[in-house]
Design a binder for this molecule. Sequence first.
Ligand code: E4P
Length: 217
Amino acid sequence: MKFFVDTADTAEIRDLAETGLLDGVTTNPSLVHKSGKDFLEVVKEICGIVPGPVSAEVVATDHDEMMREAEILRKIAGNIAVKVPLTIDGLKTCKKLTADGTMVNVTLCFTANQALLAAKAGATFISPFVGRHDDIGFDGMQIISEIRMIYDNYDFETQILVASVRHPVHVLEAAKIGADVMTAPPKVIRQLFNHPLTDNGLKAFLADWEKTGQKIG
Ligand code: E4P
């Protein structure tokens, strides 16, 4: 499963990229607002840090204007994935852009039927939001299983990008289902490394090593 980080914070992206585990980045208008930076500039900077797909979202709601914004976004770098909402205009835009060889991430997906539409529109990535579903009392992961089944039934190449990830169990479940990608905030990616037994074990090993009075090299 590929790991994308869901942030527009370039310091965090640089830091996580050094682990070698980062396959891409997703942003959205709210994350850009949080970064306090100029949208086009921050996206360009991110594209220079991570060679994998960097999702940048259009903010227009009609097809023509989405295409105009997408033209600007896709010129930023070769690793841009234009993010469009799961609407009729968004999927029209998706169809055109992917036919032209541009990566497209269809966002704000909340049902397996919506994911089916996105795959038929040639989406590179579909982003079902699991956390927001859980927030309103539904099982967000159930949709991921349904999408996996539907995409496998018809050999769709659209990659399932599990989004709105809130905790490590979401990552575990996504991997068990066989999602292609997950995108998580930096905090959740860091949580994946942690276990108290790892910390305690390391502490004990280092304390015993100290007692040997030896050095390596
Ligand atoms: C994905 O591309 C979205 O930016 C993101 O995962 C939304 O997450 P949230 O529901 O925590 O805002």
